[in-house]
Design a protein around this ligand. Sequence first.
Ligand code: G3I
Length: 389
Amino acid sequence: MVRSALSIGVLSATVLLGGVALTSSASAEPGAAAAAPSKAVRYPADSLRALGDRIGLRIGTAVNMDELGSNTDYTKITAEQFSSVTPENVMKWQLVEPTRGTYDWAPADRLVAFAKTNKQLIRGHTLVWHSQLPTWLSSDGYTTTLSNDELKALLKKHVQDQVKHFKGDIWQWDVVNEAFDDDGKPRQTVWYKAWGGLGYIADAFRWAHEADPKALLFYNDYNLEFTGPKSNAVYDFVKTLKAQRVPIDGVGFQGHLDTQYGFPDLQNNLQRFADLGLKVAETEVDVRTFTQAAPNVNTPTDPLAPYAQESYWSRALKACLAVRECISFTPWGFGDTYSWIPGWFDNPQEGAALLYDADLKPKSQYYVIQQDLALAAGAPRRNGPGAGH
Ligand code: G3I
């Protein structure tokens, strides 16, 4: 019964939309208004972005700038399937200021230009983090030879310079990333130590807001999907920020999921954060599973694993669809070859976490997400900046 209802729904969507290229028009919203091209951008009617457009939901991807432009298939998929892009690495401090006092904005500027050409919004990632800092600042994010006063001045300059550089081009900034440990305690980073507490977070949001008042400012973290010590601590913390009128607009749920763990109570957590008066977003979704040894690092060991992955992808998307304040759904890249996972979880090997395989062909997980979006026309339409097309 369910199966036939689904089939009919998809058939209708295909009949209505199939084969007809949709066009989108420029919209007056943060991150898109400044330099939106007048030429209409065309993308397939059954693409993820076109299906998301119908309810004002941005479907994003992290982008690997080593591939964008040089890899034809990669570039085409990025343009056609996604209405928002996140630089996977090139806006991180390590890459924008590898030598103290000398900025390199070139790769990030290239992504901004690509996004404008393709009428995509940009999630800026990330201004304040303990990881991927330049080595002149800290090699591990927890220790440094610099003084507290120097660190405070450096962070202020970094946030303001970077936000100003991209002023008008960024839809959502991940202002602060991963400031809490899994036990809910503040992570003891160089920033925490320099301020003697979490005061650096409010400062960073205020500096970012001054530099670009129209950008939506997010706190972003992993394992917020599950109710537990970390999610509770971040919930209490952002509630305090709101009470102190710190200019925070949203919370990003990274969504790095794994089939060896149960599916989280994600919708519940998205909703309770939204009920604080915040936007929410799924910002780095992937669904990893156990895989074979090299060179088959993206072949699941269990032939049934892809069914679990389909289920997790579908439920992650539906959790966002069900919460009106969830304004974007962003997988952390789209081709298994470029995923961070096989290089990270090597004991035991994990991978196969994305929607496209190593040949950049859509996997079953892609079609499940596409079908969910095709059937989502009745989901609550998103409001506010970014929702209009
Ligand atoms: O830039 C150097 C290059 O010069 C060098 O030759 C090469 C040798 O390994 O390394 C390059 O740096 C790598 C960098 O990505 C850029 O490609 C680092 O080794 C590598 O560790 C780094 O990994 C990134 C990781 O963040 C760092 O923590 C991943 O690509 C990126 O997907 C991942 O993304 C994070 C989010 O920002 C925050 N949330 C978690 C997520 C997954 O870890």
